[in-house]
Design a protein around this ligand. Structure first.
Ligand code: DAH
Length: 339
């Protein structure tokens, strides 16, 4: 039995040391030390030994078991380490693998035009002002020299909420709000935003659209300043080769008033967009009416100003050759993806 045990030990240790993975190591453990394992079956023969030999063999068997357990444990550690290294090698991060590009959206054409116009005026020293879309009759009309019974109120079909509150029909009320806030300082602002009119949606009308208002108030401002600023603006936006034309017009809040046209890209040859006239109307403007300055506390004897208002949709349609205003609001990706 002593020999059997010694042989078991030698063979088992060899087997343990050549085990390649934790699975086969475990099989070896069961085969040798398990309930039906080799060691147990050897020890079953103890009964046949002489009584004085039993403790000696018993002790030897225990030693063999301890040594084999130690060998199993040692090999187990080595294998575990190897397996971990192998796993880590497989899981290695490839930092050179090109990433997957997320799909970026892009700016809406109205936003593009708005940002372009803002950049031009910021470059000329204007800053950006804002006002509410729900406005009082006073700011939207009265303080702009449009008293309650003024016929020019008919120029803009309004959406009233109460007799004194309405959705602003233009961005011009921001002129008044800015003058109240800035008095008595000079002013140079543009005010972009949504405006609302009682119009049905068709190819050229929308009950909601966007405007940009402009206002400059200071000592010594002339109509010439207005012409200079708007000419620079139009040429920057549409191109240096375009001509600008100031046409006499009427607005209650400006005196004198002018509508501004830009020469059509057909260069006067006559096309559908300019209806053969060679000119495209793009904005309304004028010298601030002294009555408007006075209502907001500015002294028309001391300061003067100019103002203008333009429609963002109209400019975007002319700039990009879009013939239906509804395209801006339908969010059809086939349209939007072109910008
Ligand atoms: N508020 C006018 C409109 O909506 C546009 C306009 C014209 C604004 C002349 C102005 C201006 O500031 O001076 O039709």
């Amino acid at each position: 039995m002593r020999q059997e045990l010694e042989r078991l030990k030698t063979e088992a240790i060899q087997e343990i040391q050549t085990a390649g993975d934790s699975g086969s190591l475990n099989e070896i453990r069961v085969k040798i030390l398990g309930k039906k394992g080799t060691l147990t079956s050897i020890l079953r023969g103890m009964g046949r030994l002489a009584p004085e030999e039993r403790p000696i063999i018993g002790e030897l068997a225990n030693r063999v078991r301890t040594e084999l357990e130690a060998a199993l444990e040692e090999r187990g550690k080595t294998i575990a380490l190897q397996e971990q290294n192998r796993r880590l090698a497989q899981e290695e991060l490839d930092i050179l693998l090109p990433g997957r590009k997320p799909k970026l959206g892009h700016c809406h054409p109205l936003q593009l035009v708005l940002e372009e116009i803002e950049a031009i005026f910021l470059g000329m020293g204007f800053s950006i002002a804002e006002g509410p879309e729900i406005e009082t009759d006073y700011y939207n009309f009265e303080a702009l020299n449009l008293p309650k019974d003024h016929p020019a109120r008919d120029m803009q079909d309004s959406l009233y909420i109460t007799p004194e509150i309405l959705l602003r029909t233009h961005t011009s009320p921001v002129q008044v709000r800015t003058m109240e806030k800035m008095y008595p300082n000079p002013i140079r602002i543009i005010a972009p935003g949504r405006v609302y009119r009682r119009d049905s949606l068709d190819a050229s009308h929308s009950p909601m659209f966007h405007q940009i208002e402009g206002l400059a108030v200071d000592e010594g401002i002339t109509f010439g300043d207005l012409k200079g600023v708007l000419t620079v603006f139009v040429k920057k936006l549409f191109g240096e080769d375009r001509q600008v034309r100031f046409r006499p017009s009427f607005f209650p809040f400006t005196e004198p008033s002018a509508e501004v046209d830009v020469s059509c890209s057909c260069a006067g040859k006559g096309c559908r967009v300019c209806k053969g006239s060679g000119w495209l109307e793009i904005l309304g403007s004028g010298s601030v009416n002294p009555a408007v300055l006075k209502m907001s506390n500015y002294d028309p004897e001391r300061v003067s100003g100019f103002a203008f208002g333009l429609g963002v949709e109209r400019i975007a349609m002319l700039k990009y050759g879009i013939n239906d205003i509804r395209l801006f609001y339908e969010n059809d990706l086939r349209f939007l993806a072109q910008f």
